[in-house]
Design a protein around this ligand. Structure first.
Ligand code: NAD
Ligand code: MG
Length: 383
């Protein structure tokens, strides 16, 4: 029996990589649902190739154009509720959550409620709803398998010991495009500078997050919820070659790492096929070509976002929702030329510092905290 997969965000960087993986694994997997935001022609082409019957378009203004393209077997869902309906009706066993930001959050929550296997690329889901979704998954038996390369590495390394034996998790970071820039240069950075990542080819939002190191801050919070560790069990290491994707240090001092070429198809495939390992996609790792692996401590003065990530991981509760929403709105403002690069983190920190913290929030309270933080960023832009 083939595993039935639904891809939320099929036209993005992760979505397209996932379809490349699935093209090679057609004997084991069937694609039964696809969702995208606006690039409906691309999604239709994918639907034709993979013979997908259930489609969702996040932006309802494209619904009528898409309707005209459907065949008799195909069904279309639209808007944010449409993404949830797709999960409910497409009959999938596994959901790849790869919509950028919080647009796919409720659909991912629904997949967890339904006890499905969730391959989680969208780290925002865990940052925003960490305390709620991990508990929900425990109740429904839904599996949350990380796709983020660092968390996939840790997830794999954790097979070498038990949760009680974890001493520390090392999250590695390539250092982003500004690793060797001066602070002055960084202040003047444009969206085009921030979009030039030295190693990974990803969507624009996560690429800008990598330049501010907010991506690592979000990953600290993601790791805190996914692996149920405390903030002081997490360490960040700059590793420019991006070959070691992260490590676990166990209490006996042994470090277990996962190494590989920087290619997102590897963690995507692992999440889909887990607990099995199937034939490799992409290039094998040639250590003799890499020759050296370097490590540096992160410069916390250059990247204040890191401190913020640790603070939010320590606080827990509603802090993650505010961190994520404030950052998302600030990144949009930077892309629109309304704030400088340095202000992304400044404004996010200021809003996290001001929010009314809730220790044990409900999902509704987390969504309200998200809305409040976005409004605060917009209010700041006009003041
Ligand atoms: P991307 O910008 O390339 O793609 C985003 C996808 O989301 C597209 O398919 C787009 O159509 C869809 N989308 C946007 N708004 C939508 C809406 N309102 N309704 C429905 N669909 C919508 O982004 P990406 O780089 O693929 O990243 C996706 C997620 O994976 C993010 O959460 C990111 O943090 C995470 N992630 C990405 C990478 C990577 O290498 N790209 C690595 C780790 C984690
Ligand atoms: Mg990552």
């Amino acid at each position: 029996m083939r595993q039935r997969v639904c891809i939320l965000g099929s036209t993005g960087s992760i979505g397209r990589n996932a379809l490349q993986v699935l093209r090679q694994l057609a004997d084991d997997f069937e694609v039964v649902g696809l969702a995208a935001g606006s690039r409906w022609q691309d999604m239709m082409a994918q639907a034709r190739e993979f013979k997908v019957a259930h489609l969702a378009i996040g932006r309802p203004e494209y619904e009528s154009q898409l309707q005209g393209e459907l065949n008799a077997e195909q069904k279309l869902y639209s808007g944010e509720e449409g993404l949830v309906e797709l999960i409910e009706h497409c009959g999938c066993d596994c959901v790849l959550s790869a919509i950028v930001g919080t647009a796919g959050l409720m659909a991912t929550v629904r997949a967890v409620e339904m006890g499905k296997k969730v391959a989680l690329a969208n780290k925002e889901t865990l940052v925003v709803t960490g305390p709620v979704i991990t508990e929900l998954a425990r109740q429904t038996g839904a599996q949350l398998i990380p796709v983020d390369s660092e968390h996939s590495a840790i997830f794999q390394a954790l097979h070498a010991g038990s949760a009680e034996e974890i001493h520390r998790l090392y999250l590695t970071s390539s250092g982003g495009p500004f690793r060797t820039w001066t602070l002055e240069q960084m202040k003047q950075a444009t969206p085009a500078d921030a979009l030039a990542h030295p190693v990974w080819n990803m969507g624009p939002k996560i690429t800008i997050d990598s330049a501010t190191m907010m991506n690592k801050a979000l990953e600290i919070v993601e790791a805190r919820w996914l692996f149920n560790v405390t903030h002081d069990q997490i360490e960040v290491l700059i590793h420019p070659e991006a070959i070691i994707h992260s490590m676990v240090e166990f209490r006996d001092g042994c470090l277990i790492a996962q190494l590989g070429t920087p290619d997102m198809r590897i963690p995507i495939q692992y999440a889909l096929t887990y607990p099995r390992r199937l034939e490799r996609c992409g290039e094998p790792l040639d250590l003799l070509r890499v020759r050296q692996l370097r490590f540096e401590p992160p410069d916390r003065a250059r990247y204040p976002a890191l401190e913020l990530g640790f603070q939010v991981a320590r606080q827990g509760g509603s802090s993650g929702a505010v961190l994520n929403a404030a950052n998302e709105a600030a990144v949009e403002a930077f892309q629109a030329g309304r704030i400088h690069f340095g202000e992304i983190t400044e404004r996010t920190m200021e809003i996290v510092g001001r929010h009314k913290w809730i220790e044990h929030p409900t999902l509704e309270q987390l969504l309200a905290a998200d809305r409040w933080a976005r409004n605060e960023v917009h209010a700041c832009l006009t003041c």
